[in-house]
Write a protein that binds this ligand. Structure first.
Ligand code: SAM
Length: 282
């Protein structure tokens, strides 16, 4: 069957009607800004390159606009939602979806075990993330023990720019280095604030990250977190000053870096060499 011809999902009422039927209004505390236009959610599913049968973890399905698009694309989705008010609406969606296409888990994605959610299979993460937990979730997926097949995530635009920045850019920082040392990252779609209900104060962007096969080991990542925290903690200072509490100037030189350089000019490879030199000098 063509996954786009799923009469069950197509027969569901529009998202706005589903929300009204269940008496649901967005709650600020849960970072709720909904995508109710299926053209946008279908585009996100396409950008995620989801193929029929792929396993997908979706964080924060809310009213289920992105969930519908993922199910239409033929994904087997496990959606984890913190706000229990959405349970009945998501159950309607699961009932309309093909058998096994959607399971809904009520819980906090920050505490979740992704390997359990994906039933031990490789899985992609696709999410219109709640802004307040977006960065900690990203760090968890990039540096934690569970490794996603890919991540396609909506962030506020400023965070998306930080993830995909280059050395020398204003947006270049710690998050850039951690994201790009562990994955190939690109900002793939801008989404204006007016596309959401209710609209947030800022524009958003979808970022796609594919983990690197040569992801640094846990020890190297730990060292990378330490040196980037020190270097970007005082980003206008020279490395020899910002890194003083952590290491001697010789360590910076051993990494092939100029101790007079500023953090924002050091590329990702340079920070990895610095992490290695710091580990070697301990
Ligand atoms: N995916 C929906 C959409 O695109 O319309 C909703 C996106 S809304 C920006 C974020 C969703 O994440 C909300 O449904 C919210 O309740 C949920 N959420 C917030 N914090 C969460 C957490 N820690 N774990 C799981 N879901 C969370």
């Amino acid at each position: 069957m063509n996954p786009h011809e799923n009469a069950g999902i197509d027969a569901l009422p529009p998202l706005r009607e589903s929300l009204a039927a269940h008496g649901l209004l967005a709650r600020k505390a849960f970072g709720q800004h909904f995508l109710l236009d299926l053209n946008i959610t279908r585009k996100i599913a396409r950008l995620a390159e989801i193929a029929p049968g792929d396993r997908v973890i979706e964080v924060g399905p809310g009213p289920g606009g992105l969930t519908r698009a993922l199910v239409e694309a033929g994904a087997r989705v496990t959606a984890i939602e913190k706000d229990p008010r959405f349970a009945p609406l998501l159950q309607d969606l699961a009932d309309a979806a093909p058998p096994g296409a959607l399971s809904v888990v009520l819980g906090d994605a920050l505490q979740a075990h992704e390997a359990e959610l994906s039933r031990g299979e490789p899985a992609h993460v696709v999410s219109n993330l709640p802004y307040n937990v977006g960065t900690p979730l990203l760090i968890k997926w990039l540096t934690g023990p569970w490794r996603p097949a890919s991540l396609t995530l909506m962030f506020q635009k400023e965070v998306a720019q930080r993830i995909a920045a280059h050395a020398g850019d204003d947006a270049y920082g710690r998050l850039t280095v951690i994201a790009q040392a562990t994955s190939h990252a690109a900002s793939v779609m801008d989404v204006p604030a007016r596309a959401f209900t209710p609209p947030p104060k800022v524009d958003s962007a979808v970022v796609r990250l594919t983990p690197r096969a040569d992801r640094p080991s846990e020890t190297r990542l730990d060292a990378l977190q330490k040196v980037t925290a020190a270097a970007f903690g005082q980003r206008r200072k020279m490395l020899r000053a910002s890194l003083k509490p952590l290491c001697a100037e010789q360590v910076i030189e051993a990494a092939g870096l100029n101790p007079q350089a500023r953090a924002e000019t050091v590329d990702v490879a340079g920070f990895l060499r610095l992490a290695d030199a710091w580990l070697a000098a301990r």
